[in-house]
Design a protein around this ligand. Structure first.
Ligand code: CA
Length: 227
């Protein structure tokens, strides 16, 4: 069952959304504010987040940024705000789509189906599901890394980074590309995120993290995965 997290402080709208989505066999959780939304997103791992930007405790943009710190879940923004600056800010922060209130329920459900379809399409193609190196094996479909016969536990963000890098062995992947794909930001002012997460990945995967053989830094440019 596809699970949707609805983040909205208008109880009447929440009721309408829940009724419509349950009728279409979605599993629905609802959060009336940003703090509850972040807690439920971590606890329930929804397949899609539907997010109102005007929340009582924090700006919806902050919720998007916080989610993008660890999750690639599709985020569909619902907002009464019409300004294109708001729209751009939401998309820059990592939202996937935007619906302006008032909207028709049919349109919203169509956007929801599209968001779900995009996640299903991002499953890696057959033939690229298993990557072997001398030190560790990655099973992309099972989301499993085995090193010296033991499972290595990776966080969702570490997984995303690793998946992107191993998809093109031997090729440079730019910092900007990784930031955009993993955190939904296009500017390169967050390269410290990348350094922190790459250091964690090396500690977990490389025999000598100070002299990596598989997760290579291209100074000032990006990273490269070598089998
Ligand atoms: Ca609101």
């Amino acid at each position: 069952m596809t699970r949707v997290l609805v983040v909205e402080d208008d109880p009447q709208l929440v009721r309408a959304l829940v009724i419509n989505m349950r009728a279409r066999r979605y599993g629905v959780d609802a959060a009336p504010d940003g703090a509850t939304a972040l807690r439920l997103a971590a606890a329930r791992q929804p397949d899609v987040v539907m997010l109102d930007l005007g929340l009582p405790d924090m700006d919806g943009i902050e919720v998007i940024r916080a989610l993008r710190g660890w999750s690639r879940v599709p985020i569909l923004v619902l907002s009464a705000r019409l300004g294109s600056a708001e729209k751009v800010a939401a998309l820059d922060a990592g939202a996937d789509d935007y619906v302006t209130k008032p909207f028709s329920m049919d349109e919203l459900m169509a956007r929801l189906r599209a968001a779900v379809r995009r996640t299903e399409e991002s499953v890696p193609a057959a033939g690229t599901i298993r990557v072997e190196t001398a030190g560790f094996t990655i099973d992309l479909l099972a989301k499993r890394v085995v090193r010296d016969g033991r499972d290595v536990r990776l966080t969702p963000t570490e997984w995303q980074l690793l998946e992107i890098l191993v998809a093109r062995p031997g090729h440079l992947v730019t910092q900007q590309h990784l930031l955009r794909e993993v955190w939904g930001v296009s500017r390169s002012n967050r390269t410290n995120y990348l350094r922190v997460y790459m250091a964690q990945l090396r500690r977990k995967l490389e025999a000598d993290p100070a002299h990596p053989r598989h997760l290579i830094t291209e100074a000032g440019m990006g990273y490269r995965f070598e089998t």
